[in-house]
Design a protein around this ligand. Structure first.
Ligand SMILES: Cc1ncc(COP(=O)(O)O)c(C=O)c1O
Length: 398
């Protein structure tokens, strides 16, 4: 049996894999088992933001691996504490952090924290636990985070879901206002929806959301698991908006490919948990934390500005494709988080690009999702645009 047949036989059928067996990856490139080279415009769903196999990161992780890989959170691990201090300080004055392994777990932490905070800060009628989320959002695959996800197809067969997640419409402040009641404790939103089709929040909407949370004493939770860590040209997507949350969650690119997540709470709710309220055996793994410290060092303003310049160049070329091809309905996003909304299903275009050596993704059936490593250069953009244009032309002949 070959690798595809073995996977098919022994794995639960949870992933519909593309026809690509990866042999190695470096910076913005991936090679398959036959040494065919691909330009990666997906970065493992916005995970390898500083590029595959970045040498600084490998060195930091290896060094930590030589010292120790795990000691349990019952003891102090220096890279973990150093990372926690850096991230907490960078995010909030008086903030506190919890480190997890994944995005779903980071959001679980945020949800649990909000629920406890609602218990400690009740309304006149009792403790508060209802969380307002958004249609088309995606927050993870655990039972709580899937219940917070505003897409019905993820809920099939899983009912009863976790209770008291209700759904408003992104960029529609009235839909949020209508849902607020005595039981509401928090609003949870991706500043730029990823899986939901690359949908950025409007600046006015996020500002109104912040004001609404302040007025009603609600926690504002930003899920920056996909849109954070440089993806939009700023370290946090919320820096594009001038709006700060009370809790922000990170994962994916935090350790550039090693598993790590974080929930960071601001002053309003940072003291909510006490010893024993939350935990994880592997959360904040020292090797992942050493890698994340290297990510923070690499991701300085020069690095981010480079990604913004490339994003500008790419957006202009994509707008050009939109003018030329009627099946391109919209080009949207922030920084190097870009969605191309089509009038047709994008599946075949993804396949065409893959054949030609370009890795992209499609979400919500009709939105091509581009999440390249932030290290791509103009030459890569030119290659990607050439293949995309060919793919659009080919699609029109179908
Ligand atoms: C916005 C957002 N939140 C949460 C998650 C869940 O992260 P993980 O798969 O690491 O659990 C994802 C994953 O795609 C995501 O995009």
């Amino acid at each position: 049996m070959n690798i595809k047949q073995i996977e098919d036989k022994y794995f639960m059928h949870t992933y519909k894999r593309n026809n690509l067996v990866v042999k190695k990856a470096k910076n913005q490139f991936v090679w398959d088992e036959n040494d065919k080279k691909y330009l990666d415009f997906f970065a493992g769903i916005s995970v390898c933001n500083v590029g595959h196999c970045n040498e600084t990161i490998i060195k930091a992780a290896k060094k930590q691996l030589d010292n120790f890989a795990h000691v349990s959170n019952l003891y102090y691990a220096p890279p973990q504490v150093e990372l926690g201090e850096k991230l907490a300080k960078r995010t909030f004055k008086g903030g506190r952090i919890f480190l997890s392994n994944s995005g779903a777990e980071a959001n679980e932490c945020a949800i649990k924290l909000a629920r406890k905070w609602g218990f400690l800060n009740p309304s006149k009628t009792g403790n508060r636990y209802e969380i307002i989320c958004f249609d088309n959002s995606f927050h993870g695959r655990t039972m709580a985070t899937i219940s917070a996800t505003g897409q019905k197809n993820f809920h099939e067969y899983l009912k009863p879901l976790q209770e008291k997640f209700v759904f408003a419409k992104i960029n529609n402040i009235d839909s949020v206002k209508e849902l607020i009641n005595d039981m509401t404790v928090a609003v949870m939103i991706e500043p730029v929806q990823g899986e939901g089709g690359i949908v950025p929040s409007d600046k006015k909407f996020l500002k109104e959301l912040r004001a609404l949370c302040n007025k009603n004493n609600l926690l504002l939770i930003f899920d920056e698991i996909q849109c954070g860590i440089g993806r939009t040209g700023k370290f946090y997507a919320f820096e594009n908006y001038g709006v700060k949350p009370d809790i922000v969650t990170l994962a994916k690119s935090l350790a550039n490919g090693l598993p790590l997540g974080a929930a960071i709470a601001g002053k309003k709710c940072a003291e909510t948990f006490v010893y024993g309220d939350h935990g994880s055996t592997f959360g904040g793994n020292p090797v992942s934390c050493a890698a994340a410290l290297a990510v923070l060092n690499i991701m300085n303003s020069k690095f981010l500005n480079h990604s913004l310049q490339t994003a500008k160049y790419l957006r202009a070329k994509l707008e050009n494709l939109k003018k030329k091809y009627s099946i391109v309905k919209d080009v949207r996003g922030l920084g190097l988080m870009i969605g191309i909304k089509l009038t047709v299903n994008g599946k075949d275009i993804v396949g065409y690009c893959m054949d030609k050596g370009l890795i992209i993704n499609c979400t919500q059936d009709t939105v091509l999702r581009l999440l390249p490593p932030l290290v791509i250069v103009k030459k890569d953009v030119d290659f990607a645009i050439k293949i995309l244009e060919e793919a659009l032309k080919w699609q029109l002949t179908m």
